[in-house]
Design a protein around this ligand. Structure first.
Ligand code: ADP
Ligand code: TRP
Length: 321
């Protein structure tokens, strides 16, 4: 099974990104053929600061590699190192109805927020379709917010196949119901756009301060508390074994529990959980040329896989004469 997914290089990695996307993705390398790439062309639709884009690309590569992505077991690269994807985007543009793109939720949300849309933003789903179809991706693990983009990809692939003959595998989204929706320090979904995130690789003091800011209710210490309604409990559960979680839930229900103690416990659990990755990341960051080498080697492999599909698509539409 060929599993494929992309991540935007758009900011410091938080525990929502890790548990919601990165960890499940990395686990695929053990049981599937994993294609994992950093979508810097896509990020151009929201990042216009060139330094931020190039730095963000290296940072997310460091995140993936330090958290366990193995470039020997997977194909890991930067989207723009395989520029063939833009050629396929152009080909696919010609079977993509504009109405389909205008109905995209993410396009509508962004324009509703007052962002002046450019063509890149409208065309975002076509580039994403090219990402998936170029490598004949079969399964695409994504968050619920990306489900519509996957439907657009399928529509485009079906239309191409119907117009020009069978060329592309029709991919399927995989939305895993077991993947947690991580809550932020204010109790809403953790997201950079809500400024409520807990970053994985921040400094120790910053992490303590973030955890101290997790919003809890004002139930008196002695009173019983409901763990399932507590942001803190939901967050610490990510780092606990089932039996530890049950024991902590008992302490909540029994009364006498101080949130400040749970916060201390969350800090030490999280600090410990990411200790190995933090050290690995520090080491990897000492030699960024080595990271670039890994990414370029990944791009070579990806390019090799992309070549027959692009050649077939070019032939189908009549670009070969
Ligand atoms: P943000 O909302 O912080 O901007 P992104 O939209 O860049 O995060 O998300 C990147 C990936 O991380 C997506 O695949 C998404 O499914 C996952 N993700 C982000 N926030 C969470 C969360 N709070 N819980 C679970 N998964 C999340
Ligand atoms: N649009 C996706 C997101 O914002 C990122 C992405 C780009 C992607 N190309 C992809 C995801 C191909 C899966 C497959 O999260």
């Amino acid at each position: 099974m060929r599993v494929l997914s992309g991540i935007q290089p758009s900011g410091e990695l938080h525990i929502g990104n890790y548990f919601g996307m990165m960890k499940p993705m990395i686990e695929y390398q053990e049981r599937s053929e994993l294609f994992c790439f950093i979508v810097n062309y896509h990020a151009m639709t929201s990042v216009s600061d060139s330094q931020r884009l190039s730095r963000g690309t290296i940072e997310v590569a460091l995140d993936f590699l330090s958290l366990g992505l193995d470039p020997e077991k997977s194909i890991f690269w930067v989207q723009s190192d395989v520029p063939e994807v833009t050629e396929l985007t152009w080909i696919l543009n010609n079977v993509t109805p504009v109405g389909l793109l205008l109905r995209s939720h993410s396009y509508k949300d962004k324009t509703a927020q007052g962002i002046a849309p450019n063509h890149g933003l409208l065309s975002y789903p076509v580039l994403m379709a090219a990402d998936i179809l170029l490598y004949q991706g079969e399964k695409v693990p994504v968050g619920k917010d990306q489900q519509q983009h996957l439907e657009i990809t399928r529509d485009i692939a079906l239309k191409f196949n119907a117009t020009y003959g069978e060329t592309f595998v029709i991919p399927e989204a995989e939305i895993n119901p077991n993947i947690p929706m991580v809550v932020g320090i204010d109790g809403r979904k953790m997201s950079k756009s809500y400024d409520n995130t807990i970053e994985i690789f921040c400094e120790e003091e910053v992490l303590k301060e973030k955890i101290a800011r997790i919003v809890t209710d004002s139930t008196p210490v002695a009173a019983p508390k409901d763990p399932d309604k507590c942001n803190l409990f939901i967050n610490i559960s990510l780092f606990l074994e089932e039996h530890e979680k049950a024991a902590l839930a008992e302490r909540y229900r029994g009364g006498g529990l101080k949130y400040s103690e749970v916060k201390k416990e969350l800090f030490s659990r999280m600090w410990e959980y990411f200790r190995g990755a933090r050290e690995k990341r520090k080491n990897l960051a000492k030699d960024l040329d080595q990271i670039r080498k890994i990414l370029r080697a990944g791009a070579e492999k990806a390019r090799y896989r992309a070549a027959p599909t692009l050649a077939a698509a070019r032939k189908r539409v009549g670009l070969v004469y």
